[in-house]
Design a binder for this molecule. Structure first.
Ligand code: FAD
Length: 341
């Protein structure tokens, strides 16, 4: 697909939110509250200075160019095609691929770049993921030399946009049958998909933290009520644990030790914890937890497809179950026996 001409509507269409304060700019909140966001130093320690610089570059773009307009596009059920050149300018599409105009990023830089996109908007991260981690990576690993030279350079610049087809209307989960032929691509893409809910939950946690500090009820900030802290802290624990699982999976991958079972465990466990995290966030924001302006309701909705695509939660759990028990339970026992006769 060819990308339409760029049109900047950040200034024109910027929506106010959060009780008429400016549209969400979490970087301002980060600067004020850096010491309170305990997971941030733990994340920083996992990255090299170069990886950290890429992460901050993506964050800046997402907060400046995407955060102010996304709630409006989400409500309209439209995609803001004008942000595609901005994503292209970040030079992250094509991620770990070397040559063909691709950036050759480290796997961790790519993971955190994906998480930073999802932290502001999971529709954008899904768009980026399908284009880069699914379509481009598949082309790089499985395409002919002529195909790579023809398609990858323009995809790396986001001059063209790719899609990726594994499932068909009548074949969803059963597409797992195809997976034996592309195990490497699918294990990698599954872990990369899992970095989206990680980023999404970072954004939800940041918003809830800010909200509890700013909104007052009964003469005190919501953060002062014990029950609210009791909900916020498990969210932070989930985010930290999700990051560490995602990080560990990439370390296993780099060491050539990541199996399909590990990749599927990561995807299923992280999306399960992410559902729990956004549900807690939605409770903390109460009425505003169902308005897209406050990010959490949008994240709540955006998480659902991630729970489903790249193998549903159930299917991924069964992939890992097969690896740890040696028994594949994908097909009902009665049908398996009949097909063996
Ligand atoms: C927003 C979105 C974007 C998507 N993007 C893409 C894309 O870019 N490319 C692409 O190829 N596909 C894409 N998909 C499709 C996605 O991969 C499928 O929806 C997914 O694989 C599940 O298939 P299905 O929806 O047909 O569910 P079904 O296979 O019909 O499953 C229905 C339910 O039954 C369960 N189930 C099925 N089989 C078993 C079994 N053997 N054992 C136990 N439980 C089972 C499932 O877990 C699920 O709960 C996208 C989906 C969504 C929602």
């Amino acid at each position: 697909m060819t990308v339409p001409p760029y049109q900047d509507d950040v200034k024109n269409n910027q929506r106010t939110n959060y009780f008429n304060s400016p549209a969400l700019d979490v970087s301002v909140v980060f600067r004020k509250q850096r010491r309170l966001l305990l997971f941030l130093p733990a994340i920083d320690d996992l990255l090299t200075p170069e990886e950290q610089a890429i992460r901050l570059r993506v964050r800046e773009c997402m907060e400046k160019d995407v955060a102010p307009i996304m709630a409006e596009y989400w409500d309209k059920a439209e995609f803001p095609f004008q942000i595609i050149p901005k994503l292209g300018a970040l030079r992250i599409a094509g991620e770990t691929i070397k040559g063909y105009g691709c950036p050759g990023l480290s796997i961790m830089a790519n993971a955190f770049a994906t998480a930073e996109i999802a932290r502001v908007d999971a529709s954008c991260s899904a768009f980026f993921l399908v284009h880069s981690s699914l379509a481009m990576l598949t082309s790089a690993l499985c395409g002919s030399e002529a195909q790579k030279q023809k398609y990858l350079p323009s995809l790396a610049e986001f001059k063209t946009v790719a899609c990726w087809g594994l499932t068909e209307p009548d074949y969803g989960s059963v597409a797992s049958a195809l997976r034996a032929t592309a195990t490497k691509v699918l294990a990698v893409s599954r872990v990369m998909v899992a970095w989206q809910p990680i980023g999404l939950c970072m954004g939800v946690y940041d918003m809830c933290h800010r909200y509890l500090k700013e909104r007052k009820q009964f003469g005190a900030p919501l953060a002062a009520f014990q029950i609210n802290q009791e909900k916020l802290v498990p969210m932070l624990g989930n985010v930290q644990a999700m990051v560490l699982i995602g990080w560990r999976l990439w370390k296993l991958y780099e060491a050539g030790k990541m199996t399909p079972g590990y990749a599927s465990m990561g995807k299923s466990w992280i999306t399960l914890r992410a559902r729990e995290t956004v549900a807690l966030g939605r409770e903390l924001l109460s009425g505003n937890g169902i308005l897209s302006e406050f990010l959490v309701a949008k994240a709540f909705g955006d998480l659902e497809p991630i729970y489903t695509f790249e193998g549903t939660y159930d299917i991924n759990a069964l992939v890992t179950g097969r690896e740890v028990t040696g028994i594949a339970s994908f097909r009902p026992a009665a049908l398996t026996q009949r097909s063996c006769l």
